[in-house]
Design a protein around this ligand. Structure first.
Ligand code: AMP
Ligand code: FES
Ligand code: ZN
Length: 292
């Protein structure tokens, strides 16, 4: 039986070793920590603020306008950030005239998580730029990573596979580096840590995600792990050590330019976020104001 204090110590050492191994905080003086209110990012803000007290940290919460759920997550994110003494920046997508559930009336209906992912990535990066943050840390864990890799390898999406890595370097001043300090931690380990440190978190899933393909793939990976213990670690290690070095050689160097609408970096004239936003705003115009 391992005691609480040893468990906390073990977890923190493991996260520190991941951060150092991949040079995640090399040259980073100010860091944005993306917090959702869920167990992973609540563990993330606690462990990073404890391990790296000299880094200037700001937590970022994107309020997605999901009825009840987004408010509940905000309350928890506020509470934990206050506890660990990290300033919290909140951005509400409703200030831009829509909320995430409005995507249900667009062609993104069945891929709402994908659209939501674009919205979150865009705002996290934009806030990092506006606040002069060098990098953004997210709470993606080993299970999230294996689930995404599983799908991408299955579909043979080579370019996308090459983007799944612990550190994505920043480009110029408008594209912050992205780091995933919990990429080697399992869901269970994050859960133990938040429980052992009495860190509050929202237990329920986003209502728009329930029953999604992503959830079913995660369930499948849990079943494989039961039959083949260590499956997640083995898959991840093969990706990092065997595939990624070769894929990175292959991956094309993309030419970035500024979006004609918002000025943020993009590979085409208009960035994917501005395209997404104009589609959802058309729907909001047709059906009434955001959230109604
Ligand atoms: P998810 O994409 O929901 O699996 O979340 C992965 C990570 O993205 C979380 O651990 C957070 O770091 C970040 N994240 C998710 N949702 C939000 C949000 N609403 N605001 C800020 N960061 C978020
Ligand atoms: Fe993005 Fe639920 S949090 S769809
Ligand atoms: Zn744009």
């Amino acid at each position: 039986m391992i005691c609480q204090a040893c468990l906390i110590d073990f977890y923190e050492k493991k996260v520190k070793s991941t951060v150092l191994k991949y040079g995640m905080l090399k040259g980073v003086r100010s860091l944005g920590v993306a917090v959702s209110g869920g167990k992973d990012s609540m563990a993330l803000i606690r462990v990073l603020s404890h391990l790296f007290p000299t880094i200037n940290m700001k937590a970022i919460y994107i309020h997605l306008g999901i009825p009840e759920y987004s408010d509940k997550c905000e309350v928890v994110a506020r509470k934990v950030c206050e506890e660990v003494g990290v300033e919290l920046i909140i951005h509400r997508v409703s200030d831009e005239g829509y909320i995430i559930p409005d995507f249900q009336y667009t062609p993104f209906k069945s891929r709402i998580c994908g659209a939501c992912g674009t919205v979150k990535r865009y705002h996290l990066n934009r806030i990092a730029y506006e606040h002069g943050l060098d990098a953004i840390a997210t709470g993606h864990n080993l299970d999230d990573t294996v689930e995404v890799l599983f799908e991408l390898y299955l579909r043979g999406e080579v370019d996308e596979i090459a983007r799944i890595r612990p550190v994505s370097p920043g480009i110029g001043t408008k594209m912050a580096a992205r780091i995933k300090p919990l990429i080697e931690m399992t869901e269970e380990e994050n859960l133990y840590y938040v429980d052992a440190t009495n860190t509050p978190y929202v237990e329920s899933w986003c209502p728009l995600v329930k029953g999604s393909r992503m959830m079913r793939r995660k369930e499948l990976i849990r079943m494989i792990e039961e039959k083949i213990p260590g499956f997640r670690h083995t898959f991840f290690k093969s990706h990092i050590k065997r595939f990624l070095p070769r894929l990175e050689e292959l991956s094309r160097h993309v030419q970035l330019r500024e979006c004609e609408i918002c000025g943020m970096p993009t590979t085409s004239n208009i960035c994917s976020y501005c395209r997404l936003r104009s589609r959802v705003l058309r729907v909001v115009e047709m059906y009434g104001k955001a959230g109604s």
